[in-house]
Design a protein around this ligand. Structure first.
Ligand SMILES: [Fe+2]
Length: 320
């Protein structure tokens, strides 16, 4: 192992120990109410009613569990509406509207994903909004209308994906930067409708962004190293499209390996919160014409930092 690879794995081990220690000193949420849902990430938290008035200790406990498990699931949050969902989400940080779609009227950040409308099916592996430099920290997603079957969301752990890479691939990833854009090749989507295409052309890419991110991001809160890729990646800096695609597929396959994921079967009233700096997700598009509506509140993030301390750079922001 090289010095830098050894240093990377030592700092990661220290970060894990810190998170584990924090999680065991929790008095608001008992260990019995935290039920792990898969080996690499994901825990259901029981007996908590989310809301804007939760005591600070509860918010801190949820925050710690979120950093530890990367995605946390809450059933039965039927008491929430958009306003209360946002009051809760605001306790985790400042809210931010989607940069091109904006927010639902009367809300600070609520993004409605309605499967019956264009752009309502997020059936590609991605980390939210990585085409901007300071992409979101947390997403808080609430199930409003859930189909009778299908429509699960799958989450992947981008920290374990990095840590499990063989050392030469970790080094390669650490040396690469990627160009992310919302104006990606839409033809790669296999189930897009005319409405989806129209939404993509006229709304989603109304302003075109391009940002260069390090392929390995240092998590600002845990110090863990995470792969930062997903479907907004266009190419790697300094590599042509063909070589970029091969390397992208290689790294992405480690992220989306079934063993590195957790799958959530939604019920109406569920709230799912993920750490957008340590995960990717995919909304499984297997429910046909059934209605599916989810509302996302989004917490603003920081500009990512590479292992050697360089910040991501917004290269382009052009209104069509
Ligand atoms: Fe998403």
């Amino acid at each position: 192992m090289t010095q830098s690879a050894a240093a990377a794995s030592t700092s990661s081990a220290a970060a894990h120990a810190a998170i584990a220690a924090a999680a065991t000193t929790d008095f608001f949420i008992s260990e019995a109410d935290v039920v792990r849902r898969a080996g690499r990430l994901g825990a259901e938290i029981r007996n908590v009613a989310l809301g804007g008035d939760l005591p600070d200790a509860a918010i801190e406990a949820i925050h710690r569990l979120l950093l530890r498990h990367k995605v946390v699931f809450f059933r039965g949050q039927h008491h929430l509406d958009d306003a209360e969902q946002e009051r809760f989400a605001r306790r985790l940080g400042d809210l931010v509207p989607h940069p091109t779609i904006g927010a639902l009227k009367g809300t600070a950040s609520i993004l409605e994903l309605d499967a019956s409308r264009g752009g309502g099916r997020a059936d590609q592996w991605h980390t939210d909004v990585t085409f901007v430099d300071a992409h979101p920290k947390f997403s808080v997603l609430r199930g409003v209308v859930i189909p009778e079957f299908g429509g699960d969301t799958v989450f992947a752990n981008t920290v374990s994906a990095y840590e499990d890479l063989p050392a030469p691939l970790r080094q390669l990833a650490g040396s690469l930067w990627a160009v992310h854009s919302n104006a990606y090749d839409y033809a790669v989507k296999s189930r897009a409708t005319d409405a989806d295409r129209k939404h993509f052309d006229e709304v989603f890419t109304g302003t075109v962004y391009e940002t260069e991110h390090p392929v390995v991001q240092v998590h600002p809160e845990t110090g863990e190293h995470a792969l930062l890729l997903g479907n907004f990646v266009q190419r790697f800096v300094g590599l042509n499209k063909g070589d970029s695609q091969k390397l992208f597929d290689l790294f992405q396959s480690h992220i989306t390996a079934p063993e590195n994921t957790v799958r959530w079967g939604w019920q109406a009233g569920d709230v799912v919160i993920w750490d957008n700096r340590a995960t990717q997700h995919y909304a499984v598009n297997d429910y046909g014409n059934q209605k599916r509506v989810v509302h996302r509140a989004t917490v603003d993030g920081d500009v990512p930092k590479s292992i050697d301390g360089q910040r991501s750079i917004l290269r382009k922001k052009v209104a069509k």
